[in-house]
Structure formats: structure tokens, C-alpha cells
Design a protein around this ligand. Structure first.
Ligand code: SAM
Length: 229
């Protein structure tokens, strides 16, 4: 946590810092838009009893392929990400699709300043960029309305196959909960951390060893909100 926190103090979006080069943003956007799964969105729609007018937070929304799908089904979507390059791609794609989104630029942890809660917290392939797994689980939970849904899809260390010094990075996070850089959480950790909070439902998709998919519903009577930062 201290190293990543220090990094975030020295690299500020408002000073023009962007970790994503333009060329990478457009090539990932091409891939991600072709690869997007309308089935995930349909599943969320069923769980929420419809998406029309529902507040959705697409955290680490990247090139916006899911933000746009949710908005096309009537949701009121906030896209949040660190990258201006991805914001530009998302704005272009949203305009082409004829939908409006809300945009928020900043580190993942900066969503703790949001004053509202969401019907759906969608966090796909970005959990590992958080500064700490425990705190991030608490933050996600706090941003969901009672009865609202969380979707987390996160690659596992098996996906990353760390070699050399990166094995140490994974060991530090796996055993000491110390994050240096962005190691993927051990298989099962995302679900275990979320289960510490009051939930009414959780579905686990562990069908691939390369990623955990955790979908959960926040209890209707959660304890008073507490941000874990
Ligand atoms: C692999 S992409 C996933 C994008 C999208 N959610 C998807 O499903 O394709 C990871 C995203 O996390 C964003 N990101 C990386 N570090 C971040 C940070 N510290 N705070 C906020 N967003 C971050 C990147 O800009 C990128 O859009």
C-alpha cells in the first residue's frame, strides 16, 4: 500500500498523467469491443429487475464497451477510470451509439468521494489496480445501495503466471497483504473479502482457473455505511 500510494501522489491525472498510451488504448478498445458479452449485461438486467433508470458505476471502465451496453438498455451510467485516452475512446463510441454517459477521471480509490450509491457496481478486470484488496472490497460494498448488485471479474495469478521478481510481488500480496504494483489477488480472495459484509446472495463462477467472477447482492438491511479508508 505505501508504495502504490506514493506513486499515486506523484502521478496525478489533473497534471495530465495517463498510464495508457494512445496506441494501446485504441488496440485494446478494438479487442474489448469485439469481445464484449451482451450476456453479462442481460444477466445484470435480470438480477436488477430491469436496467431502465438504474444507476450503474462502471469502475475502471476502460474503452467503455460495457458502459455503452448498460446505457443502451436505459441505465444511467457513470464511467470512472484513470485514463484520458480511454475516456476519449469511450466518448467517441458512446456518441456513435447515441447514448450519454457520465464521466469521472481518477484513481479507483477516488470514488470514495461519491455521495451516492449505485444499483449496480460493475468492476471488470481492474480490481488488481486497487491499492489494497481488503480496503477495496469495503469500498465497493459501500458504494452499492441496499439490495443493489456487485459484479467483479478479476484475473487470477494463474492468468498472470509471474516469473522472476514478480513472484515476490505475488508472494507479498498473497501472504502479507502488501501490494507493490498490481499483482492479481489469489483465487478465492475477492469472494472471501466480500463475504465479510452483509449480503443476501452470491454467485461464484470459478469455471476457469484464470479468473474469478463474483456476483453478489447487498443485503437490504446492511450495517451503517463505513468507508474503509
Ligand atoms: C484491463 S482494463 C479493463 C477495462 C474494462 N473494465 C474492460 O472490462 O475491458 C483495466 C482498466 O483499469 C484502468 N486503471 C488502471 N489503473 C487504474 C487506477 N489506479 N485507477 C483507476 N483505473 C485504473 C485502466 O485505465 C483500464 O481502463
Amino acid at each position: 500500500m505505501p508504495i502504490n500510494y506514493l506513486h499515486s501522489l506523484l502521478h496525478r491525472v489533473e497534471d495530465g498523467w495517463d498510464p495508457i498510451p494512445k496506441a494501446y488504448a485504441s488496440s485494446y478498445a478494438e479487442f474489448a469491443w469485439n469481445d464484449r458479452s451482451p450476456k453479462i449485461v442481460e444477466d445484470m438486467e435480470i438480477r436488477l429487475g430491469g436496467l431502465a433508470k438504474k444507476r450503474v458505476l462502471d469502475l475502471g471502465g476502460g474503452p467503455g464497451q460495457y458502459s455503452v451496453l448498460f446505457a443502451q438498455r436505459g441505465a444511467d451510467v457513470t464511467w470512472h477510470d484513470i485514463s484520458r485516452e480511454y475516456e476519449a475512446v469511450t466518448r467517441e463510441r458512446a456518441a456513435a451509439a447515441g447514448v450519454n454517459l457520465r464521466y469521472s477521471l481518477g484513481y479507483l480509490e477516488e470514488v470514495r468521494h461519491f455521495r451516492e450509491q449505485f444499483d449496480l457496481l460493475f468492476c471488470r478486470v481492474c480490481w488488481y489496480y486497487a491499492r489494497g484488496d481488503r480496503a477495496f472490497a469495503g469500498l465497493l460494498y459501500s458504494l452499492i445501495k441496499p439490495g443493489g448488485v456487485g459484479y467483479v471479474e478479476c484475473p487470477t495469478p494463474a492468468f498472470s503466471q509471474p516469473e522472476g521478481w514478480r513472484k515476490l510481488q505475488y508472494w507479498l500480496n498473497g501472504y502479507l497483504w502488501l501490494k507493490v504494483g498490481h499483482p492479481m489477488p489469489p483465487h478465492g480472495r475477492v469472494a472471501k473479502l466480500l463475504q465479510r459484509h452483509r449480503l443476501s446472495h452470491m454467485t461464484l463462477d470459478y469455471s476457469s482457473s484464470l479468473r474469478d467472477i463474483v456476483v453478489f447482492t447487498k443485503a437490504l438491511n446492511p450495517p451503517p455505511n463505513r468507508h474503509s479508508h
